[in-house]
Design a protein around this ligand. Structure first.
Ligand code: M6R
Length: 607
């Protein structure tokens, strides 16, 4: 996982490369670097840490460049140090290379190269590639790639330059996203991991497929397969509705994005409900949807939590069996997928490697795929049979907030659409749509009392261990709230089924182990009240997020945050906002880096 960006054209490549890398920083921010050609010399600059560090270094000593490639890294092999930062170079410094992905057989290749006398400057798997290309280079970069690439196992996208080939960037990919963009007049070209990093002037895009190579020049882009047979590839046009990203006065993107949720949930519904009927622009026929017998949801992290909520929504609203699998597990399972199974791949970025791989495997087995994505032109949205977009706008904070509530809004809408196709009455549909349309208001109510959560968070900020308990709809919600807390506050937080605690995990409970109880599932509220009595009896401080009027919980909890009432299927929204704010204020109190937490990246494009 990492971001690759390259530029060749009429403008100064340095600021453009820095701009592109910043757009790709969501893919990793352990280190960054730029290398370019100036005449026949390779020049470079790299720095450990975020791109702002590289930018400062370059401001002191700018590079004069004819063209450039750049990289922002999420460390897999080797620590996030200056030495391991990309670009990597061959011994003679004639090649500079940036790599995204993992070379699974790098250790064997490294040993072989060492035996030939190659000296390695870094601990990365990536460095073997540049030495192999140098080893096979006999005047043609394409020829060297032809010999190198078949030796690499794993997934990769890479871009490289060679000092004997001024005016050219070479790139290739296998199971990792990479695309080339260019302007209408063909005066400039970009190589990027993501078309969303393109310039407004380069709206034409060609996505590389597996095992394709591209040679990018100012006025020409040539594609080849591994046998170096030229390929004819069509370009697509993308909307480059680039908007500068701004915190709009908020201290962090995370807080801004939390506060956007009344609007983003509304946007997920916008244009999809008309005269109490649901209109989804699906490329799956109604006939096919009516015949569905099983829904298999896939996702990772927050998107997996949305998927778990989806299984409850499909079961309750559509009465159709559904199951959720974490994509990294799903891809190695042997699932029973029949033509009447619909696979729903959920991903904010649409680029998550595990989700993409699991979805591809399901497609290979003949299933139809519905993508639920935020990012247009992302790999999942391109490969799915149909995609429902979240329309939530860019989510910058690594810790996902608004994407989650948009995912559950979109899944709920799709569930109701399916339910209607399968015979839900108009009266029932109207009832649920009315309840769904109340959600933005409920979210707003929680946001307007953010200061109460801040005060509660202050009280809990020093604890190192937390349980988040929930039942039914509150279980995935509790897991999501716990993920928020561990991700940005670095404390141990577990989302756990409230009724399961007594089967072992309750042994952990003591007065230093607070329990946050998500009590908004009305059907089970008496049960969770009993579970809270059990932890209270063992000394745990108890904080409850409960719907107004749930007195049974109020008498047990040490602290309570009242939530607006909602029906069980839509109760996750308000509770989620409370969980997000609680995590945010704890992280703030602990002085943690909120928008870019340590060890993480926004989009996880490695296995
Ligand atoms: O882009 P995706 O939705 O596929 O990303 C999946 C996870 O990596 C992501 O949700 C991650 O768990 C978030 N950082 C959680 O806040």
């Amino acid at each position: 996982m990492c971001g690759i960006f390259g530029y060749i054209g009429t403008k100064d490549p340095l600021p453009i490369c820095l701009f592109g890398l910043k757009q790709l920083e969501y893919r990793g921010y352990d280190s960054s670097g730029i290398a370019g050609l100036y005449g026949k010399e390779i020049v470079s600059c790299k720095e450990a840490g975020k791109i702002s560090g590289l930018e400062k270094k370059l401001a002191l000593k700018p590079l004069a460049l004819d063209l450039a490639i750049g990289h922002t890294r999420w460390a897999t092999h080797g620590k996030p140090t200056h030495l391991n930062a990309h670009p990597h170079f061959d011994r003679a410094s004639s090649i500079a290379l940036v790599h995204n992905g993992i070379i699974e057989n790098y250790d064997l290749l490294r040993e072989e190269l060492k035996r030939d006398g190659t000296h390695f400057a870094s601990e990365t798997d990536s460095e073997v590639i540049v030495h192999l290309i140098a080893k096979y280079y006999q005047g043609s970069v394409l020829g060297a790639l032809q010999r190198t690439l078949p030796q690499l196992r794993g997934s990769f996208a890479l871009a490289l330059i060679h000092r004997d080939h001024p005016g050219q960037i070479f790139a290739t990919s296998r199971e990792c996203p990479l695309c080339v963009g260019f302007d209408d007049a063909r005066t400039e070209a970009i190589v990027s991991s993501d078309p969303n990093a393109f310039l407004a002037t380069t709206p034409n895009v060609v996505f590389l497929r597996n095992n394709e190579i591209v040679k990018v020049e100012k006025n020409q882009t040539s594609f080849f397969n591994y046998s170096l047979v030229p390929l004819v590839k069509k370009s697509e046009r993308i909307d480059s509705e680039f908007k500068a990203l701004s915190k709009e006065g908020y201290e962090h993107f995370m807080l801004k994005e939390i506060h956007e949720q009344p609007a983003t949930v509304q946007k997920a519904l916008l244009g999809r409900i008309d005269q109490a009927q649901i209109h989804l622009d699906l490329k799956l026929s109604e006939e096919k949807l009516k015949q569905l017998r099983h829904i298999w949801l896939l996702g990772c992290g927050t998107s997996a939590h949305a998927g778990w909520l989806g299984t409850l929504l499909f079961e309750d609203l559509v009465r159709i069996p559904s199951s959720m699998e974490i994509a990294s597990e799903a891809r190695y399972r042997n699932p029973i997928l029949t033509p009447d199974t619909l696979v729903v791949a959920i991903s904010q970025s649409g680029e998550t490697a595990d989700t993409l791989a699991a979805m591809r495997e399901a497609k290979r087995r003949g299933s139809s795929i519905l993508g639920i994505c935020n990012i247009k032109n992302s790999a999942i949205s391109r490969e799915a049979d149909s995609t429902l977009y979240l329309n939530a706008g860019p989510e910058v904070s690594v810790c996902s907030t608004k994407a989650f509530t948009s995912q559950i809004s979109t899944i709920a809408l799709f569930a109701l659409y399916l339910a209607k196709l399968k015979g839900m009455s108009d009266a029932q549909l109207h009832y649920y749509l009315d309840e769904l349309e109340k959600v933005p208001g409920q979210i707003q109510q929680v946001l307007s009392r953010a200061s109460e959560l801040q005060a509660i968070a202050k009280k809990y900020a020093a604890y190192e261990d937390f349980f988040f308990l929930g039942r039914r709809y509150m279980l995935p919600t509790a897991m999501e709230a716990a993920l928020k807390l561990k991700e940005i506050s670095y404390v141990n937080a577990n989302g756990y089924p409230a009724g399961e605690l007594k089967h072992g995990a309750i042994a952990l409970i003591n007065e230093r182990f607070p329990v946050i109880a998500l009590c908004s599932n009305i059907q089970t509220h008496e049960k969770i009240a009993s579970n809270l009595m059990e932890v209270k009896a063992r000394g745990a401080p108890v904080l409850a997020f409960a719907p107004q009027g749930m007195e049974a919980v109020a008498s047990i909890a040490d602290d309570i945050f009242w939530l607006p009432p909602a029906i069980d299927p839509f109760a996750p929204f308000a509770s989620t906002i409370a969980g997000q704010l609680f995590a945010y204020y704890i992280a703030l109190e602990r002085g943690c880096e909120i928008d870019q937490p340590r060890n993480l990246a926004k989009s996880v494009t490695v296995e």
